[in-house]
Design a protein around this ligand. Structure first.
Ligand code: MG
Length: 285
């Protein structure tokens, strides 16, 4: 440690010395004032990409309320966003599971989905027979189940990717209380010959708790065979499952996710004052 640093340490560890030696403390204060005003000498990295400006989106008042760019799938009023929903009843602002799966009229690829669900009261049945439904992106299910004190196979409980991945924790609320899923879905990619080029991935928050962390799906999620990918269009309907339990849904909204566009207009560079120096290609990557 050099002399100045040692003296500075002595004084700043013992503030009473600064009071007892006002001349010395003035020198230190002057020194640190000048030091703090010195211009930064670090060079600035310039990626050289011109990005489109991110659009402004007005957030909802809370997580239940859709942001301004969301597509409303159910807000308690009607079932206009859904096909096959004649037997699904609206009761007190909730959509109650009826006969057969319902699916959205609109189709979705990469998206953010908010959906709330509530298990039947009183809780009846056990295992997969208690409060079972599901949120499907095409053929891929995120399980809905009454998993509050109701054991079943772990990759079949609430917030599981059915038969592929249990949730990281069990965040299920009591029957009758409202659960929220916030799901980030990335649809799988297929080439023109129908070969898989990128698997689907999913991130799920259950009641605000991370339960699926960018999980790569192995394929679809049937009950009776291993998962596999069958080629399909980039956008498919979202579906809600009828598993013969009167699960209730509310506050369903979805946002389509579009990648940001950027053009490489300059090579990656370092700026030092007015001097801009392109980086060698190996460093630029
Ligand atoms: Mg299910």
């Amino acid at each position: 440690m050099n002399t100045i640093n040692r003296q500075a340490t002595v004084f700043f560890n013992q503030p009473q010395l600064l009071i007892q030696h006002p001349g010395v403390s003035s020198v230190f204060l002057l020194f640190f004032s000048i030091w703090s005003l010195m211009p930064a000498t670090a060079k600035e990295y310039l990626p050289g990409i011109e990005w489109d400006e991110p659009k402004h989106v007005t957030p909802g008042e809370g997580n239940q309320t859709a942001p301004s760019d969301a597509i409303i799938l159910f807000d308690g009023q009607d079932k206009l966003a859904w096909n096959n929903a004649d037997t699904w009843q609206i009761d007190n602002g909730c959509l109650v599971v009826g006969k057969g799966m319902i699916h959205t009229k609109n189709t979705f690829g990469d998206c953010q989905l908010h959906v709330e669900w509530s298990s039947p009261v009183p809780a009846e049945g056990t295992g997969q027979g208690r409060g079972n439904s599901g949120v499907f992106f095409g053929p891929y299910e995120i399980q809905v189940l009454d998993s509050f004190h109701n054991k079943t196979y772990f990759d079949g409980q609430a917030a599981a990717i059915y038969k592929q991945a249990p949730p990281l924790v069990n965040a299920t609320k009591k029957p009758g209380e409202w659960n929220a899923y916030d799901i980030i879905w990335k649809t799988p990619r297929f080439d023109k010959d129908g070969q898989l080029t990128e698997p689907a991935t999913v991130t799920v928050l259950h009641n605000g708790i991370l339960v699926q962390n960018h999980f790569e799906l192995l394929g679809d999620t049937p009950f009776n065979r291993p998962p596999r990918y069958n080629p399909h269009p980039p956008e498919l309907p979202i579906r809600l499952q009828d598993h013969r339990n009167p699960v209730r849904f509310r506050n369903i909204w979805v946002r389509k996710i579009h990648p940001m566009n950027g053009k490489q207009t300059q090579p990656p560079s370092l700026r030092d004052g007015r001097q801009v120096t392109p980086l060698p290609q190996t460093e630029a990557k």
